[in-house]
Structures are given as structure tokens and as C-alpha cells.
Ligand binder design. Structure first.
Ligand code: IMP
Ligand code: MG
Length: 192
């Protein structure tokens, strides 16, 4: 038997795969190098925006050997829709001190820019030594408030994607790849 690994079958709710597990892994590894180039061997504090950034944060922090502190903030999200329409709100806030610390905010995706504008505005008031933002995906076309991340995994077109932490109505976060959700699924909410 040839020892070739078969590609995983595509999830039936996905229209296409945008990034495979291997592509994500490779990009997260190189993002680790970019962080290392910026922070050197120094300590920094990662603030992960949950739930979406859970997997990205977990993988990214294992790509660096700097001393890191971790905290999470939870933001009210889309609910069951695929378009964010209102102002995001903080549901659960920081629990560690970040004054005079080098802070890196981590999110899964930069979309309208509202979430990261809100979070970085609040963090800046707490007087960190520095503040940077790292996102896995950037959907620049959808921006409603100007926002640029310091580190971007992939720039993507305006498609609703799920997997690797990203959800639709809390589903699909556990897919190892990132894929475009079928439009007919986006209109189906009876199980949500
Ligand atoms: P923003 O405030 O509009 O930039 O929204 C950012 C948040 O919206 C992300 O942290 C995600 O939770 C969610 N989001 C935006 N686009 C997508 C997508 O394509 N799939 C899943 N979640 C998304
Ligand atoms: Mg999110």
C-alpha cells in the first residue's frame, strides 16, 4: 500500500476550502518568526479575543519561546447572523494588569474593524508600554472604521468563512481548515 496521506474530505457545509490545515500551520509558524523579530526575546502579554481566536492563540503561543502572559476578553458577537450590524460590547473583561506591559491583541478576523477599535481603545487607556494587534485573517473590503493590524496571517476576499476557531452560530469552530460556508447554510438557522 502506498503510504500517501489522502486529503481530508471537504465538510458538506463548505463551498470551498480557503486554507488547509497545513497552510494555516505554516503561516502561524512564520507569524511566530515575525513576532520574534519584533519583540526579540522579551516578555509580552497576549490578549486573546474569545471565542474566535482560541485556536489561533493556542497555536501561535506555541510558536514562540518568549515569556508570555495570557488573558482573554469576550465580546458580544454576531449572534446567529453573518453580518455584524451593531456596536460590539465587552462581555468579559481583562483580569491581569497590563500597565507598562507590551501588549499583543489577538483576533481571528478583522472585518468591519469595530471590535478591535473598541478593544484597543480600552487597552490604550490602561497605559501599556506598547500595543500591537495580530489577526489571522483580514477582510479589508468590509472595513467600516479605519483599522490596520500590525501582523496579518492572510488577507482574504469578502466571503463568510468558518473553521479554525471561526464560527457560524457557534458551529464549525472545530474544523481544522478554514472554508467558505455555503450560502444556503447561512440562511438556515433552525438548529441554531
Ligand atoms: P469586526 O468588529 O466587524 O471587525 O468583527 C470581528 C469579528 O466578527 C471577528 O472576531 C469574528 O468573530 C466575526 N467575523 C467577521 N467575519 C467573519 C467570518 O467570515 N466568519 C466568522 N466570523 C466572522
Ligand atoms: Mg471573534
Amino acid at each position: 500500500m502506498p503510504n500517501r496521506k489522502r486529503p481530508a474530505p471537504i465538510h458538506p457545509d463548505l463551498e470551498s476550502i480557503m486554507f488547509t490545515e497545513a497552510e494555516i500551520k505554516e503561516r502561524v509558524r512564520t507569524l511566530g518568526t515575525e513576532l520574534r523579530n519584533t519583540y526579540g526575546a522579551g516578555e509580552f502579554t497576549m490578549i486573546s479575543i474569545i471565542n474566535g481566536a482560541v485556536m489561533f492563540t493556542a497555536d501561535l503561543m506555541r510558536e514562540i519561546d518568549n515569556p508570555v502572559r495570557l488573558d482573554c476578553v469576550r465580546i458580544s458577537s454576531y449572534g446567529d447572523r453573518t453580518m455584524s450590524d451593531g456596536a460590539p460590547q465587552i462581555v468579559s473583561s481583562l483580569t491581569i494588569d497590563i500597565a507598562d506591559r507590551h501588549v499583543l491583541v489577538i483576533d481571528d478576523i478583522l472585518d468591519t474593524g469595530r471590535t478591535l477599535t473598541l478593544i484597543t481603545g480600552l487597552i490604550r487607556k490602561l497605559k501599556p508600554a506598547s500595543l500591537r494587534v495580530c489577526v489571522l485573517l483580514d477582510k479589508e473590503e468590509r472595513r467600516q472604521v479605519p483599522f490596520k493590524a500590525d501582523f496579518v496571517g492572510f488577507r482574504i476576499p469578502n466571503k463568510f468563512v468558518v473553521g479554525y476557531g471561526l464560527d457560524f452560530a457557534e458551529r464549525y469552530r472545530n474544523l481544522p481548515c478554514i472554508g467558505v460556508l455555503k450560502t444556503q447554510i447561512q440562511g438556515t438557522l433552525e438548529w441554531a
